[in-house]
Design a protein around this ligand. Sequence first.
Ligand SMILES: NC(=O)c1ccc[n+]([C@@H]2O[C@H](COP(=O)([O-])OP(=O)(O)OC[C@H]3O[C@@H](n4cnc5c(N)ncnc54)[C@H](OP(=O)(O)O)[C@@H]3O)[C@@H](O)[C@H]2O)c1
Length: 136
Amino acid sequence: MAERESRRDNKAMDGRWSLLGTTALVTGGTKGIGHAIVEELARFGAAVHTCARNEVELEKCLQRWGAMQLKVTGSVCDVSSPTEREKLMERVKSIFNGKLNILVNNAGTAIWKPATEQTPEDYKFVMSTNLRLPST
Ligand SMILES: NC(=O)c1ccc[n+]([C@@H]2O[C@H](COP(=O)([O-])OP(=O)(O)OC[C@H]3O[C@@H](n4cnc5c(N)ncnc54)[C@H](OP(=O)(O)O)[C@@H]3O)[C@@H](O)[C@H]2O)c1
């Protein structure tokens, strides 16, 4: 009886947290936090699209997720480039038929050196990656 109750509770939790039928874009999903977010969202049933600059690593991740039966697609994209961001959004729009439920602006960067040594190019690169993408 208690076991049946517990099974029913688990079922309710599964339903409560299901993301089946939803779509998500997670930038920078081939490593670290983004990688974990992609897998978690996909495990809950979301169709996920991700991107990264390194094509070899992206392909490796896509193969892994395919083998796990997770619904994940990917694009090579440098989010610091406005042109590449446009292309990414076009691809996402086409794959998800214009519907995006979840956006995780995870890709980000930092240049670790003293502030006095940061160049205008460093500043532009960091701002473009960390601030421009989320706002466009
Ligand atoms: N880890 C921490 O302790 C920490 C603390 C505070 C904030 N954060 C923030 O959390 C986010 C993830 O951190 P993390 O430690 O998981 O990073 P990470 O392990 O270095 O992974 C970064 C991911 O983003 C991708 N990426 C980086 N720059 C990109 C770009 N310009 N365009 C597209 N993809 C890009 C990387 O792939 P490619 O290199 O192939 O592009 C990779 O998949 C970052 O925004 C970071 O600033 C992290």
